[in-house]
Design a protein around this ligand. Structure first.
Ligand code: URA
Length: 444
């Protein structure tokens, strides 16, 4: 069988004229029957998909076969490197600083990049943080920072290098030139039910990180109701797969497995999360946000050759906050501008006295999204001031009538649907729950 006649809509004039070394249908059959593709087959497949020779229908079938039958470690590495090779790569060599990046698999109230990047940079390390915008119930770092007046997410590479040299930390949008095959494949997975697949997630995330050119990477892989993957064992497998992929590509790697059953911190929503990050940067803030920020900073600095760095002191004595101000200013933001505040609020109170025993991350994430903090489609705008502010967390004692959380929105009409989503998402009991750690395991 030959691929000489490409599937509908797949071919370009140049693509049809080339002699292709493999037949796409044969490759689909290999994965359908549980076999492994060779390095050459995977390299060709990704290249042919990027240039439009392999059709979306064919790639969908392959993604589903991979979803159902998995991939060997060697295949995952080949897939990752083929996606890196599909576009441009960056390099931070010549900066005179070690580069260390952090990637989180995302969760509800996850604002850790905001205090973490300037904290680590305050130790003389370069933190190039290429981030994304939020989709669905998990927020995006760029959306959060865009609540700061004037702040710019799109920073050309030369300017990025300058900021890394002068300030040490830059948080900006990843250009579409990095791993374009992943961009195409991820959009396809999104509409074909093939997102939650460890080989595909690991290769997708790591192709972008390898293309970005960081020397070291710390992963925050979350599990629990507000995480991308709920099951702890599966999250651990994802973490180990990504650590192996990074090491194979020459990066220094570490990963933390962290609990995302409860929202992180006391705020969910863009400007609210910036406000909370500022508290952490000034030595305060909720204990879980501070703890995770410090844990990830220690890992990043250890990979950068500073295992004994006193990261808590840098939050408490203003060094990290000073770097934050310089980082925001370098990206045209005004660190002194007031953050947007919602026009309307709605307070939900405790129906009885006792301890908060449960607070389920996912419904609160959906609630914040329905208030305007997130987007349903890529092209939607987010409302910077919208979100949910929690006044109590699991383990806290509350009395009947005490505020439990406040909804923030620009339009009071949004409250009803947000309240629907958080219905039954918390409970109050007579016994304090056993405290659970935020970092449950380290994978290296
Ligand atoms: N984030 C990515 O970049 N890719 C995935 O596959 C999942 C999450």
């Amino acid at each position: 069988m030959s691929d000489a006649a490409p599937a509908t809509g797949a071919a370009t004039a140049t693509a049809t004229s080339a002699v292709e070394p493999f037949d796409t249908v044969d490759l689909i059959r290999v994965k359908r029957s549980g076999g492994a593709l060779s390095t050459a087959q995977i390299g060709w497949l990704i290249d042919a998909y990027t240039r439009g020779y392999v059709a979306d229908e064919q790639m969908s079938a392959l993604a589903m076969a991979i979803f159902l039958n998995g991939m060997e470690r060697r295949e995952i590495r080949d897939l990752t490197l083929a996606m890196v090779a599909s576009g441009e790569t960056m390099s931070f060599e010549g900066l005179g600083k070690t580069t260390v990046d952090k990637h989180s698999t995302g969760g509800v109230g996850d604002k850790i990049t905001l205090p973490l990047a300037p904290l680590v940079a305050s130790f003389g390390v370069a933190v190039p943080q290429l981030s994304g915008r939020g989709l669905g119930h998990t927020g995006g770092t760029l959306d959060k920072l865009e609540s700061i007046a004037g702040w710019e997410a799109d920073i050309p590479v030369d300017r990025m290098r300058g900021i890394l040299r002068d300030v040490g930390a830059v948080v900006c949008a990843a250009g579409s030139g990095l791993a374009p095959a992943d961009g195409k494949l991820y959009a396809l997975r999104d509409i074909t039910g093939t997102v939650e697949c460890i080989p595909l997630i690991a290769s997708s995330i790591m192709s972008k990180k390898i293309a970005e050119g960081t020397a070291a990477l710390v992963l925050d892989v979350k599990f629990g109701s507000g995480a991308f993957i709920q099951d702890r064992a599966q999250s651990k497998l994802l973490a180990q797969t990504m650590v192996d992929l990074g090491r194979d590509a020459g990066l220094s790697m570490a990963a933390l497995l962290t609990d995302m059953n409860v929202p992180l911190g006391l705020t969910i929503g863009n400007a609210l999360e910036v406000r909370e990050s500022l508290e952490v940067l000034q030595g305060g803030g909720p204990a879980d946000v501070r703890e995770l920020t410090l844990a990830l900073a220690r890992e990043m600095l250890a990979l950068a050759g500073q295992p004994d760095a006193d990261v808590a002191a840098a939050l408490d004595d203003g060094r990290a906050y000073a770097t934050w101000r310089r980082m925001v200013t370098a990206q045209s933001g005004d660190p002194d501008a007031p953050l947007p505040v919602a026009r309307e609020t709605h307070v939900v109170t405790a129906e009885s006295s006792g301890y908060v025993v449960r607070q389920d991350a996912l419904p609160f994430g959906i609630g914040a999204w329905r208030l305007g903090a997130g987007r349903a489609r890529k092209q939607d705008a987010v409302v910077a001031s919208a979100g949910i502010e929690l006044h109590a967390k699991p383990g806290d004692r509350v009395t009947a009538g005490q505020p439990l959380f406040t909804l923030h929105a620009d339009d009071a009409a949004r409250f009803a649907r947000a309240l629907e989503s958080v219905e039954g998402a918390w409970s109050i009991g007579s016994e304090a729950p056993t405290p659970t750690p935020i970092v449950v395991e380290r994978i290296s």
